[in-house]
Design a protein around this ligand. Structure first.
Ligand code: G3H
Length: 254
C-alpha cells in the first residue's frame, strides 16, 4: 500500500544520509532512466525544497542539464521569490541551449516571477580571452552576484555520458575510462574516490568556494547515476540530495 511505499522511501533516505554524509536526502518513487515523468518528480521535490529555504533578496545559482531543465519546468509563481535573482552557477560547458545554465536560470525566474542575470561566456576560450573577459565590469558584476549565492542547485552526470554529450575528443573519453573517472558536476570530472581529475575551463562558481554559507542541493536520479552520485558525494557531501528510488537502491547495494 501507499503507507508501506512511503516507509520504504523514508528508509532509503535515512540510509543515504548515513552512507553519503549528506545532511538531507529526498527520494521520489521510480526510476528516471526509465520514465521522464520521474525526472519531473525530482523537479517537483526540488522546487518544494527551494521554496522552503528561500529568503527575500536571495541569489540562487543554478547549473545546467536535463534534470535541472525538469526542475525549471516544475517552477510555479511564488510571491516569496519576487526579490530573488537567479544566476547561472558557471559559464558555457558545451550543452545545447535548452540544457544551458543561462537558459534554466532565466526559465526558473520567469516561472517564479523572480529576476535573473545572464553570464555570457562562450564555450571554448583561450586563457587570455578568459582573463580579459573577467576584467570586463559587466562580467565582474555578475561574477560577484554568483559568488554571493545563498543557494546552489546542480545536477550530477555520469562522466562518459556528459563528455560525449558535450562533444569531447576521443582522447578525453579514453582518459576517462583509463582513470576510472565516473562523475561530472559543475564541469568538473571526478573519479570513484571523489578526486577531481579534470575541470572544464569556464568562469563562475569554483567548487572549492562551496562553503557552509551556501545551501547546496544536488538533483540526480536513475540507477545509471548511482556510481556518479556516490563519487561526487565523496568529494563533498551536499546539504540536500534529491534522487529517485532506483538510484538510491543501486547506490546502497554497491
Ligand atoms: O553536471 C551534470 C549534468 O548536467 C547532469 O545532466 O541532468 O542531463 O543528466 P543531466
Amino acid at each position: 500500500g501507499v503507507m508501506k511505499e512511503l516507509l520504504g522511501l523514508r528508509d532509503l533516505e535515512a540510509k543515504l544520509r548515513s552512507r553519503l554524509g549528506v545532511k538531507e536526502a529526498i527520494v521520489v518513487p521510480g526510476d528516471s532512466d526509465a520514465f521522464t515523468w520521474v525526472k519531473r518528480e525530482l523537479g517537483r521535490a526540488c522546487i518544494a525544497r527551494m521554496k522552503e529555504a528561500v529568503k527575500p533578496h536571495d541569489v540562487i545559482a543554478v547549473m545546467g542539464g536535463t534534470t535541472l531543465a525538469a526542475v525549471a519546468e516544475m517552477m510555479t509563481p511564488d510571491p516569496n521569490m519576487e526579490t530573488v535573482t537567479f544566476v547561472p552557477a558557471r559559464g558555457g560547458l558545451g550543452e545545447q541551449v535548452e540544457n544551458q545554465a543561462n537558459t534554466i536560470s532565466a526559465q526558473m525566474a520567469g516561472k517564479a516571477g523572480a529576476n535573473y542575470k545572464l553570464l555570457h561566456v562562450p564555450d571554448q576560450l583561450s586563457e587570455e580571452t578568459y582573463a580579459s573577459l573577467i576584467a570586463e565590469p559587466g562580467v565582474r558584476d555578475i561574477l560577484e552576484k554568483i559568488k554571493s549565492a545563498s543557494m546552489v542547485i546542480h545536477g550530477i552526470g555520469e562522466a562518459n555520458t556528459m563528455a560525449l554529450r558535450r562533444g569531447s575528443s576521443e582522447e578525453f573519453l579514453h582518459k576517462l575510462t583509463e582513470e576510472q573517472v565516473v562523475a561530472e558536476a559543475f564541469g568538473y570530472y571526478f573519479d570513484k574516490k571523489g578526486t577531481v581529475r579534470y575541470k572544464q575551463r569556464t568562469i563562475g562558481l569554483q567548487l572549492d568556494t562551496l562553503d557552509d554559507s551556501k545551501l547546496v542541493i544536488s538533483v540526480a536520479g536513475g540507477a545509471s547515476k548511482a556510481e556518479a552520485i556516490s563519487a561526487y558525494m565523496n568529494y563533498r557531501p551536499s546539504d540536500v540530495l534529491i534522487t529517485d528510488e532506483e538510484a538510491a537502491k543501486r547506490l546502497l547495494s554497491m
